[in-house]
Design a protein around this ligand. Sequence first.
Ligand SMILES: C[S@@+](CC[C@H](N)C(=O)[O-])C[C@H]1O[C@@H](n2cnc3c(N)ncnc32)[C@H](O)[C@@H]1O
Length: 248
Amino acid sequence: MGVGRILGGAHSPYRPPAGRHSPARMQRRRMHEAPRLVRATYLWETGVRALHDHYFSTQPNSQHRQRTISVRARGQALDLVTDSGVFSKRGLDFGTRVLVEAVVLPERGLMVDLGCGYGAVAAILARVYPETHWLLLDVNQRALDLARRNLAFATDRAQVLKSDGFAGADEVLADAVLLNPPVRAGKATVYRLFRESFDHLGQGGQLWVVIQKKQGADSARAELGRIFPQVETVEKSGGYHVICCTKY
Ligand SMILES: C[S@@+](CC[C@H](N)C(=O)[O-])C[C@H]1O[C@@H](n2cnc3c(N)ncnc32)[C@H](O)[C@@H]1O
């Protein structure tokens, strides 16, 4: 059955708004014409997004375009496999780089790469901290398949799981959670990931978040301050803020 039948076939009382000036059409046009910053703010506030693939699609439909990118960060040189339909497929995201350069982790324990994408954060930091264990979580199946390949060097201490936030990892109590949040999924999702991270950290555990100032770093920090007893902005670089939150 097609979407048209579900929403309103010829005999249905439902009539989708039609015509050049329908509210939905006008809204789309306003968004299309808005400057980038206004668009980003709108997406952040509402979570409303276009209907095509996004990096947080659970099953991206875009044609595969796998490639290998060479990454140098935190004193490590590594190759990572990426693909279309995942976040920052052409190279390490600048915000991710700022995060991995700033983070200080315990030498041992369980770290969660929340919203792992193709696994860049864990792939870099599992090399820097060779005795740490890693749990990688994401909703995007294509990203998870890549993350599994990119963490193959550490299969004995890295697990990759499909999970909306921590929903698929209920029992987990972590020493640290690292998050480059899916800002495009909207504020409600990002703030939920903050709260779930708090719930899944042990005493003394830390959530590390990187977020761009123009994408809401100040309001995100204020929200984190409502959840965690200690919140500190530990790095600012190129418009990105790294926020470290500690649970006591
Ligand atoms: C900004 S990207 C960061 C990816 C990766 N950590 C990096 O730095 O390259 C955010 C990631 O969060 C994932 N994501 C979105 N919503 C999520 C959710 N509810 N639970 C878990 N992951 C989610 C997206 O699929 C995406 O891979």
